[in-house]
Design a protein around this ligand. Structure first.
Ligand SMILES: *Cc1c(COP(=O)(O)O)cnc(C)c1O
Length: 222
């Protein structure tokens, strides 16, 4: 891992009102601790089975974010401690998070993941599913979740114009959702978009959270 690259990145992010989610998936606890010692507190993981042992081993003031597709049967393992679930892609999942949060006497911060890329493989709600979810009676009755904003992933492409178009599209949905459903809720303020390859574009398009892994921790070996 590269603390210098991390410091450069924090300098680069400073002019924007954005924070870095350091994506530590596949990387050892030692790497998390080194970045922690450099002052970093927000870490992202995409798998529950990898996150829980890291949570156990690391200082408890780390804010852990789940950024990958989350199965409903796994929610119970992270509900007691998770800082934010960025990858909420169905009402069913949101409902399970609400149930488990209630059991833990917590309110869990969530982002709704919106599908903005043209790749079928990427999870997320379509825009057509987003509004019915927010207007559903089931959502209205949930007391133990807090929707803090939206998350999205751009198409994996070298075509920067296309990436920018997708991020701008997500920003416009964010603004619309904010105005229509969360105008009086300051907690709805996060727009999580951008990773190592496209975070510069995301920052320009209004990201408040960028999820950066390989730039900080080095390439992942699977
Ligand atoms: C792995 C991952 C990232 C970070 O990817 P890098 O290219 O290593 O920065 C960001 N977001 C999600 C959803 C991921 O799964």
């Amino acid at each position: 891992m590269d603390i210098e690259k991390y410091k450069q990145l924090t300098d680069e992010v400073k002019p924007y009102s954005a924070r870095i989610v350091a994506v530590s998936k596949t990387k050892p606890v030692e790497d998390v601790l080194r970045l922690y010692e450099a002052g970093h507190r927000i870490f992202g993981e995409n798998k529950v089975q990898e996150l829980t042992p890291k949570y156990e081993a690391c200082p408890k003031d780390i804010e852990w974010h789940i950024i990958g597709h989350l199965q409903t049967n796994k929610v119970k393992y992270i509900a007691p401690f998770i800082g934010m679930i960025e990858s909420v892609d169905s009402l069913k999942l949101l409902s399970e998070i609400n149930k488990q949060a209630e059991k833990s006497n917590r309110v869990i911060n969530c982002l709704l993941q919106v599908s903005i890329s043209e790749e079928e493989t990427k999870f997320g709600l379509s825009v057509g599913e987003l509004y019915p979810l927010l207007e559903s009676d089931e959502y209205a009755a949930m007391k133990s979740i807090r929707i803090c904003g939206l998350m999205g992933m751009a198409t994996n492409t070298v075509d920067e114009a296309r990436i920018e178009k997708e991020f701008n599209f997500l920003k416009s949905i964010f603004d619309h959702v904010k105005q229509k459903y969360f105008a009086n809720e300051p907690a709805f303020k996060e727009l999580s978009m951008g990773m190592t390859s496209d975070y510069k574009i995301a920052l320009k398009c209004g990201a408040t959270l960028i999820r950066v892994g390989s730039l900080i921790f080095g390439e992942r070996k699977y």
